[in-house]
Design a protein around this ligand. Structure first.
Ligand code: SF4
Length: 507
């Protein structure tokens, strides 16, 4: 491995499985002034170990996919190393031609990060760790003269700052077609003859390579895209849903379980419960979903299957599917069920204007009731979802936000988490010219939305964490850290409400 010509890495905020709870990964978005470095790494972000040669045991799904893409094209396994960024010195040397970096939110300006960092006026961990990594990469680049290629969901953030970070080439979007084209050119010519920024087109499912090593959190990708077309979302993500073949999912689930020694897994998709559906009306396919789960439990031997993203419409449309699925999960000993859907807003007008596809197969007018029905179905079945909302959408004034407050009040009956995040106009979207929302722009209505959501979350947090901890078998020190964080949040909300009695007038 010390002779690898392509070394792939990511910063330390992307070198942890966050105690096996995807939601805890949001800890990377917290600013250092409210969550100091030592607390972050001790309780939230325990670092993934490295092998003696400096390669990572498990790496982010993004890095593993780039590694697989290189190996599926013309490179050998020996030419590619996935490095722990603390051990880059062991792997980067005069043989290195390319250092590839994957980043999620390198500048800390994504929705979750900008919410916390602008409210608490501090520098978030993901930004600190990205800058730390790039200083190291620059130092090594000066010594060995390799080229730096960066990709990942946050690549767009550094487009204007490539030289500052020593980045030679940027890959925005999916990498499967771009990498086999530019990596050989970079290696042969010690530079690409043409442009520096490449936009990766949506990849056909059959062209997505099989994983070669385990991904952090045992993330297993089952599809890309969702087809719902929200205007603030990256085009590839919002574009047509592409389901991966079951054989690939089974292969990757096995690689993850065998490589990590842990046979739980997390399904990665933008809309998990539409997997296998060919319906142009966005109707879920019960058989395809049940078959996916049964294959993973019964053929692969997976013991727990968690979920990343889903929309809420399938739960409102087909409660019977979720009843069947929950019964099945219970029969397999599951105790925690949940996913990360976006509610975004309670205002039908906003839904119709910028994200009408999010309601499908329902109409924009039916959206608030659909959200209520879906979350009621989930709550009745014992699911706890971490639902996000967007605060600061350009078209939303007091009337629109009152509708969101009304919906939050209705949803208070259920123990899900409601997490408002600030609107960020990604440069690759049609809303790129809108104003980014930060804490300084908040009015009483934004404050009220944030407070109502967090008061609700805190009310249910002890119970929710008990359920998660019982399923994840957390160590006492992790439980202690997370409980302490809950107490700090409770105290902060009480303090804030006492300081701002004027917010009570908005109900
Ligand atoms: S539903 Fe989610 S993933 Fe799909 S376009 Fe909308 S925001 Fe993006």
């Amino acid at each position: 491995m010390a002779r690898a010509e392509i070394v792939l890495t990511s910063d330390l905020s992307l070198t942890s499985d966050y105690n096996g709870i995807p939601y805890v990964g949001f800890g990377a978005c917290l600013p250092q002034n409210i969550c100091p470095h030592w607390i972050y790494f001790k309780f939230f972000c325990p670092l993934e170990p490295a092998y003696p040669d400096g390669t990572l045991v498990r790496a982010t799904l993004g890095l593993r996919t780039v590694e697989a893409t290189c190996i599926q094209s013309d490179f050998t396994k020996e030419q590619v190393a996935v490095a722990h960024s603390l051990h880059l010195d062991k792997l980067v040397n005069k043989n290195t031609k390319i250092v590839g970096i994957s980043a999620e939110d390198p500048l800390g300006i994504g929705p979750a990060t900008s919410t916390w960092s602008t409210i608490f006026k501090g520098i978030p961990h993901n930004r600190i760790e990205y800058f730390r990594l790039m200083r190291k990469v620059k130092e090594l680049k000066n010594k060995y003269g390799f080229k730096v290629v960066m990709g990942g969901p946050g690549a767009w953030e550094v487009q204007e700052h490539m030289d500052k970070f020593g980045i030679d080439y940027l890959v925005i979007g999916e990498g499967e077609y771009v990498i086999p084209e530019i990596f050989p050119a970079i290696m042969e010519n010690n530079g690409s003859p043409y442009e520096r920024v490449f936009y990766g087109k949506p990849v056909k499912p059959e062209d997505v390579p099989l994983l070669q090593g385990p991904a952090l959190g045992n993330y297993t990708e089952i599809s890309r895209g969702c087809g719902r077309g929200c205007k603030f979302c990256a085009p590839n993500t919002a574009g047509k849903m592409r389901d991966f073949p079951l054989e690939k999912i089974v292969h990757d689930a096995k690689i993850n379980a065998e490589g990590s020694g842990d046979n739980s897994m997390c399904l990665q998709s933008e809309d998990v419960f539409l997997y296998g559906s060919n319906s142009k009306h966005f109707y879920p396919d019960k058989d395809a979903i049940m078959n996916l789960y049964k294959t993973l439990f019964e053929d692969v031997g997976i013991s727990r299957v968690f979920v990343t993203h889903s929309t809420l419409a399938p739960m409102a449309f087909d409660p019977d599917l979720f009843e069947r699925l929950t019964k099945y999960l219970r029969s397999k000993g599951h105790r925690f069920y949940g996913c990360q859907p976006g509610i975004e807003t309670g205002c039908s007008k906003t839904i119709g204007e910028i994200m009408h596809g999010k309601a499908f197969p329902f109409s924009a007018e039916e959206y608030p009731d659909m959200i209520y029905d879906a979350l009621r179905t989930c709550a009745n079945l014992g699911w706890t979802n971490a639902c996000t909302l967007v605060a600061g959408l350009p078209s939303e004034g007091p009337d629109e936000m009152k509708e969101t407050l009304e919906l939050i009040k209705r949803l208070d009956a259920f123990p899900h988490l409601y997490i408002p995040l600030f609107f960020v106009p990604m440069q690759v979207t049609s809303m790129k010219d809108s104003r980014a929302f930060i804490a300084d722009n908040m009015n009483q209505y934004h404050f009220r939305i944030l407070l109502d959501c967090w008061k609700h979350n805190i009310k249910h947090m002890d119970r929710n964490y008990r359920v998660v901890a019982s399923d994840m078998g957390h160590k006492a020190i992790v439980k202690m850290g997370i409980r302490a964080m809950i107490e700090v949040l409770k105290a902060f909300i009480r303090y804030y409400e006492r300081r701002h009695p004027e917010l009570e007038i908005i109900q």
